[in-house]
Design a protein around this ligand. Structure first.
Ligand code: DP6
Length: 372
């Protein structure tokens, strides 16, 4: 597939107005995306677990308008008008217009809400951008009859094409968003060990996954709920001219290859070592960039040390990963949840801001909630 396959050749149906609602989850990367080229092409491949409870629910209302020369939209978060969200969506629309040429023909109202608090320090860009991309795909689908050839696909917009294009569009909004359309394990970025992998969109991990990873748990410890200290755009840019960038990009390919055996064999010990090393490498890239940043907080380190002590003492398979912030994602297999959750509640929650944490687990992707 190339970008070209996502340009529709014909809209043969008229649609005056309508409304569509999608619910789309967040995801947590095991091998991290950090560094990008032009047009949201990642410098290295990444792989993530799709989450189940941390979601954005977006309703897109659309009405045909007279002129076709500008984008017209309003954005609401939890019922409140959010003009500060508009520039990001304007940029998104500009990037995707060539793939969705109907955008200037409609006036849109975007109503969005998250199942997690907006000020939790959990990025809503993955779930938010994927939900919006899916809503737009549902509009496009209605504009094309099923017997029309779309891109390389002969039977109109089938499910495979729909998901691929939704992921492709979401990527243009926020890179990691392309990994939120489906589940439960998604690979984004071309790498030789994963057949079918591409820089253009996320694909479902195509190989065998051991029972140990079914229902995998992610308890998100909210150490710092403030605004991100480093925006993702600034963060990714830090990888340009970074002294360790090339090695890091190669390491990500290698880690994905190594993860294949780990996932197949259910090797939880090797899994823990790989994901923790990935998380610390992400932060090491920030520590060693110019300008440099420390995104962990003292409580992030307290939690990591407690996890290591507990793992050593009990032999349970608990590990952590981090995003570009201070919050800690605690990962563990479902069958060990009882003891590990007890440990989290008694030993780790004290390090969270206002004792807040979110229990999530591996999920299976976005869902269409309503279309009218
Ligand atoms: C650290 O997807 O937020 O979470 O493409 O600029 O929107 P943009 O970046 P974004 O970057 C996420 C980076 C990460 C690692 C990951 O999710 O792979």
């Amino acid at each position: 597939m190339t970008e070209h396959d996502f340009r529709p050749n014909i809209y043969d149906t008229t649609l005056e107005k309508g409304s569509v609602t999608w619910e789309s989850p967040s995801n947590i990367a095991l091998v991290k995306y950090w560094g990008k080229k032009k047009d949201q092409i990642p410098e290295n491949p990444s792989i993530s677990f799709t989450l189940n409870h941390c979601k954005t629910i977006t309703t897109l209302e659309f009405t045909k308008k007279g002129d076709h020369n500008h984008f017209e939209f309003e954005v609401y978060l939890d019922g409140e008008k959010k003009d500060d969200f508009k520039p990001k969506i304007q940029t998104f629309f500009e990037r995707i217009e060539v793939y969705l040429p109907f955008l200037k023909q409609y006036q849109f109202i975007i109503k969005t809400e998250n199942t997690f608090p907006h000020s939790s320090g959990i990025a809503s860009s993955a779930s938010g951008m994927s939900a919006l991309a899916l809503c737009l795909m549902s509009v496009e689908k209605q504009l094309i009859k099923s017997d029309v050839i779309v891109g390389a696909v002969e039977d109109g917009i089938n499910e495979v094409y729909f998901n691929q294009k939704a992921s492709f569009l979401a990527r243009l909004g926020s890179g990691s968003a392309c990994r939120s359309i489906e589940g439960d394990l998604i690979v984004w970025g071309k790498t030789k060990s994963i057949e079918g992998s591409t820089d253009l969109f996320g694909i479902k991990y195509p190989y065998k996954v051991h029972e140990n990873f079914k229902g995998f748990q992610d308890t998100i410890l909210l150490v710092d709920k403030g605004e991100k200290q480093v925006s993702s755009t600034v963060g990714h840019n830090l990888m340009h001219n970074h002294p360790y960038a090339q090695n890091r990009f190669e390491q990500a390919h290698q880690n994905i290859e190594n993860l294949k055996d780990i996932l197949e064999l259910g090797d939880l010990k090797a899994f823990n070592a790989l994901v923790e090393s990935e998380a610390l490498t992400l932060h090491a890239m920030m520590l060693t960039s110019m300008p440099y940043f420390i995104l962990m907080k003292p409580n992030t380190l307290e939690i990591i040390n407690k996890i290591w002590e507990f793992r050593e003492k009990t032999g349970l398979h608990i590990s952590f990963t981090l995003d570009a912030g201070a919050n800690v994602h605690v990962l563990y297999p479902k069958r060990e949840s009882q003891e590990i959750l007890q440990f989290i509640e008694s030993e780790l929650v004290d390090f969270c801001q206002n004792g807040h944490y979110i229990c999530d687990q591996i999920g299976f992707g976005a869902e269409l909630i309503n279309i009218e």
